[in-house]
Design a protein around this ligand. Sequence first.
Ligand code: UD1
Ligand code: CA
Length: 455
Amino acid sequence: MNVVILAAGKGKRMRSDLPKVLHPLAGKPLLAHVVDCARSLGPSRIVIVYGHGGETVVRAIEGDDLRWALQEPQLGTGHAVMQALPHLDPAVPTLVLYGDVPLTTHETLARLVESAGADKLGLLTVELADPAGYGRIVREGGRIVRVVEHKDADAATRAIREVNTGIMVAPTAALARWLGALSTDNVQKEYYLTDVVATAVHDRVAVVSARPADASETLGVNSKRQLAELERIFQNRVATRLMDEGVRLADPARLDVRGELVCGRDVSIDVNCVFEGRVVIGDGASVGANCVIRDTRIGAGAQILPFTLIEDSSIGARARIGPYARLRPGTDLGEETHVGNFVEMKNTRMAAGSKANHLSYLGDTVVGERVNIGAGTITCNYDGANKHQTVIEDDAFIGSDTQLVAPVRVGRGATLGAGTTLTRDAPEHKLTMSRTQQTTVESWKRPVKKPAAKS
Ligand code: UD1
Ligand code: CA
């Protein structure tokens, strides 16, 4: 089958410089949701009709499998599909989707396509309590005979509550003929795709319909309000799926997944967490309130405590991270590591059982096993021009408020005294420190305030 995605419309009500179909839903452009759903149907061709926003839209959506048809000017949905015709395989049916209707499911579309087969026209329709604005499905003796746009409809037709979602599937050669016969003789002076329905009926082609599993599948985005509503619907679906898989969510209404979240057994997630990219959480792990986690793997039994930000990292089993930790890209923590409050790490590997519990920066560092990093330890990894590595071997003990001026190495079992500025390697199993001698000035007296001069 062919899939045509209509994405040329302006989206004036978004009040934005960004083309409407590029506004993100769950971190991904609206149009990308539609493209992904189209791909899931395994079509032979996907054609996107673009116009408003021009090349910006083309550049934002990736895929060698996509064909692009420019619609300029935009003279209606029928005109839009006409622009796609040269790209279509006439031997298979064509499914028309909208780039601003992102929640339609694979199952619903598969059902529509199946009911239309190779030679029928299929419409996805839905019954709405308030059908205002939509095209109405007009039936005679139960059979669909035409679609009438709201603006062209009389009062009796406007009373019909079954509406056209805009999604349809049609035999392609016939569709091309029907489109050729369209006129702009209507209130909006546009080429209406919906007018092909009456032509098909005239041609004695059967018109069938399918319903979505849920009415929300057919909602479009025309404003920021609707975008936010669809975001919640989408997130609610994700939360429901996670709970069905056994994840404990403190509140399914306070979860945001902008990518793929894969959880093991007995994972629990507290409120207000945001997951981006691909995040994998192992069995029995927990994520505290207000964490943001992107492209990260979290080992079994790990605890991520509140207010932690993690990007592009790997957390070992039974590790304890946070509260208030910031793990930047390239952080790789072994089993049972502890990273505490106000600790920042970047491009740093820390092996099993090591701890950095308070107020530290570790960048471009390799830390061995069972190392203790004291409070306030900082790796000086950047000399203003280049980054350098720090290596801290197994069982080392780094005293508080130490600066490790990279490149530098701390040997196995070495101890650094508190307050050390380490500029040369520290040998194994020895105490190394750099500290000025402590002195007490016996003769010193604290100054006292002079009495104010009388005036
Ligand atoms: C359309 C349908 C209506 C249906 C409604 C569902 C027609 C004539 N009407 O109306 O029956 O109930 O959708 O939401 O088809 N587009 C283009 N080029 C154009 C015009 C539109 O690409 O020249 C795209 C838009 O970007 C959008 C989609 O087509 O993705 C629908 O356009 P829109 O203007 O929203 O159609 P409606 O008037 O709402
Ligand atoms: Ca619309």
